[in-house]
Ligand binder design. Sequence first.
Ligand SMILES: [Zn+2]
Length: 355
Amino acid sequence: MLLKDDARPLSGDQQINSSCRQVRQKASIPTGGTRLGAGLITESRKLNTHMATSVPQLDGTFTVDVEDYFHVSAFASVIRPENWDHYVCRVEQSTRTILELAAKHSTRGTFFILGWVADRYPQLVREIQSAGHEIGCHSYWHQLIYELGPQRFRSDLIKARDCLQWITGSPVKLHRAPSFSITEKSLWALDILIEEGFQIDSSIYPVHHDRYGIPGSPTSPHIIATRIGQIHEFPGMTCKVAGMTIPVGGGGYLRLFPWAVTSRLLHQIRKQQRPLNVYLHPWEVDVDQPRIAASLKSRFRHYQNLKTMAPKLSRMLTEFRLGAMTDVLVKLWSGHNDVVVDRTEMSSDMMVASN
Ligand SMILES: [Zn+2]
């Protein structure tokens, strides 16, 4: 499903009375052009000096992709974005459930927020921010990047980023693509992220999957060098089972596996001195959400074991020390060598091929 227009892709969009959209042009927030490398950590230390010194060694990240049940890619074939406004939003309450859980366990997280949600619920973004969490961008219209193409991706990204920056008053430098949709077909997105001032991405899953994944790419955080600059990549979490690299510990995988299995695999990752990268969605703790008539596979992926998610998260936050993505990277890169993956030629080729 492709967007019809770059800046205002949907007719329903214009009906939204959003204060964010009306005045965001007045905001003066520096963006774009930052070249990094080790510079990210220097900057992160400045931003998070108190965290870097006061937080004990973290086992990994606690990340939330803030979207509602009708935004997901699994239902994209039956729910078009122009009809999103017809669905009852439940994202405020379900996000607050996660905020309460994080507060109970004194856990700071990274919340990758959908621009569509931020535009309609700016107070929710402020609640997340005032609770001490880190804000990242999860696109505006939750479209798969490799289906958008470079121009539409940039336009959607800017729309979401500017909305979040206007609400928070702070630069947004972390990004996670809808459905981890930076793949071999959309590596050009890394160049655009760098050009638009993003410093950390968490959109590459080093697994085989029908919708996403770059099998064989690094399973630990690393720096990707493109023809434009560099960006830190915090990949989706995986472990090796019977010689196979499998996803673990986030979203549907967290719901699907019994906690005893997930726990054992996460401890295995810790022993390998790789940081965890836990992710979830607010709708995954919303047991009473409306049921959407979709394919059996989509319904299985979305609804399986919903009721187990909240208890599993409690056990997760009791058993492991999780934190915001920047805090984990600050700790990780203190005294460690950076792993740089050179994608300069590949991203350049892809950019040419896509334009
Ligand atoms: Zn998403």
